[in-house]
Design a protein around this ligand. Structure first.
Ligand SMILES: *[C@@H]1O[C@H](CO)[C@@H](O)[C@H](O)[C@H]1NC(C)=O
Length: 142
């Protein structure tokens, strides 16, 4: 297959970090040569959500039968968590993608996980990028 001839670097943003790590864990025959994590966690079990965003996260995960609250929570997250305001285009892109995400994906934002045991076995270059003003990803426990 074509991907076996290419050098693959996985880049995961936010939940993309555990998704990338789970991919590497579940498909060890696919050679990955590097991992870039952008504001994502390897182990989020020690994370405490910033008080500013807790209500928004509660809106997106509970209750799921009220779609207006889900949209309101997503809106709050995208309007309050970036240091600089998002462009209208990027805001619409994020909101559109998130609204279509399945419930299992939304809830993953608040479910504790640790991929540390797998992560420490990696022998490829990894780069973790965290914004100095990020209020969701804590640089100290990443
Ligand atoms: C994950 O983070 C928590 C909190 O910082 C820590 O207590 C725990 O030991 C970590 N897990 C692993 C496997 O390193």
């Amino acid at each position: 297959m074509i991907f076996k001839e290419k050098k693959i670097v996985l880049v995961g943003w936010s939940t993309g970090t555990p998704v990338s790590l789970n991919f590497m864990k579940n498909y060890p025959d696919i050679k990955i040569v590097g991992l870039v994590s952008v504001a994502g966690f390897v182990n989020n079990t020690g994370r405490e959500l910033n008080d500013k965003v807790v209500p928004y996260f509660l809106n997106i995960v509970n209750p799921q039968d009220n779609f207006g609250e889900v949209i309101s929570g997503l809106d709050g997250i995208y309007r309050s968590t970036s240091f600089k305001p998002l462009s209208d285009e990027l805001y619409a892109f994020f909101l559109g993608n998130s609204v279509m995400a399945p419930y299992e994906y939304s809830i993953s934002a608040v479910v504790p996980y640790s991929l540390m045991e797998f992560y420490i076995t990696l022998n490829i270059p990894t780069l973790h990028i965290i914004g100095e003003h990020d209020i969701i990803t804590d640089m100290n426990i990443n």
